[in-house]
Design a binder for this molecule. Structure first.
Ligand code: CO
Length: 293
């Protein structure tokens, strides 16, 4: 079987470019000693998909007792819909401004993004600016996103493989759906995960909605397979999972695979629902909080 072995060095090179979790600022002075944690997600308007956020908040609270914990969503579309529903959520910038206004000198930010994509870089850049303002937050530490090292990729690959339904037989295919972005270098991480999953198991593939590999890239890999399990590889089983993966529209993976003669079984569970995956995010948050000392 052909493994895309060149992806791993490529991804490691990319990691070296954006470096590991960075702390900004370290001004002196300040009146309060309290630390705060800002949890950041893309967000989702699907009510059921929000439940894992409550679990993550509870686990964060347990790991950092007494520390102020707040949320922000990066998607303006999701925020607008939440506001319409009477449940407004701040943008990361608004949340950081409030923390600054409330006098928190040390803030750790955990983004529930899967890869260091454009959104993560935007967040890191904007968060760093709060540590540059005079009278601003003294130190802002941004935790690494989920897949930031080979070790992270291995831990997450093992965790998601363990979540494949027990009914799956060895000859059945499994397709994970990541987000992807064909215009950002972080897209290579999905290709690396695809290679890693195949090293660990057979007939398991990682595809993406908007990057590489696409469903068209994966179809030829399913020769001899009759049944395919579809599983999201996104923080939550939100709109992409429900529509682009499992929807009845002609463009969904389920429809495309069904049209090509495959029997599909859909699993609608997001990465934030897997405790072993959340553990990786929390380990990154711990690194960030340690930088606040
Ligand atoms: Co999208």
């Amino acid at each position: 079987m052909m493994h895309k072995v060149w992806f791993l060095p490529a991804v490691l090179f990319l990691f070296s470019l954006w470096a590991t979790g960075v702390a900004f600022g370290a001004k002196t002075g300040g009146s309060r000693s309290e630390k705060a944690i800002l949890l950041v997600a893309f967000g989702t308007t699907v009510a059921d998909a929000q439940k894992p956020f409550e679990t993550i908040e509870a686990r964060t609270r347990a790991a950092f007792p007494g520390v102020e914990i707040r949320w922000a969503f990066t998607s303006s579309t999701v925020r607008a819909k939440m506001a319409e529903q009477g449940k407004p959520v701040d943008s990361p910038e608004m949340a950081l401004a409030r923390l600054m206004n409330d006098g928190y000198p040390r803030v750790a930010v955990l983004s529930l993004h899967v890869v260091p994509g454009q959104e993560f870089h935007d967040l890191r850049h904007n968060a760093s600016l709060f540590a540059e303002m005079s009278g601003g937050i003294e130190t802002v530490a941004v935790a690494r996103p989920l897949l930031s090292s080979t070790e992270d990729m291995r831990r997450v690959a093992k965790a998601v493989l363990a979540r494949i339904p027990e009914t799956r037989k060895a000859e059945d295919g499994v397709l994970f759906m990541g987000h992807g972005n064909k215009n950002h270098p972080s897209d290579a991480i999905y290709g690396a995960m695809n290679g890693l999953l195949q090293d660990l198991s057979s007939n398991v593939h990682m595809g993406t909605v908007e990057g590489y590999p696409s469903i068209d890239d994966l179809l030829p890999k399913l020769k001899g397979v009759k049944k395919v399990y579809l599983m999201p590889f996104m923080a939550v089983a939100g709109r992409h999972a429900q529509n682009d993966m499992a929807g009845d529209g002609p463009e969904s993976w389920k429809s495309i695979l069904t049209k090509n003669g495959f029997n599909c079984e859909v699993v609608l569970t997001g990465l934030t629902e897997y405790p072993e995956v959340v553990e990786v995010w929390l380990d990154h948050l711990k690194e960030a909080v340690a930088k606040l000392q």
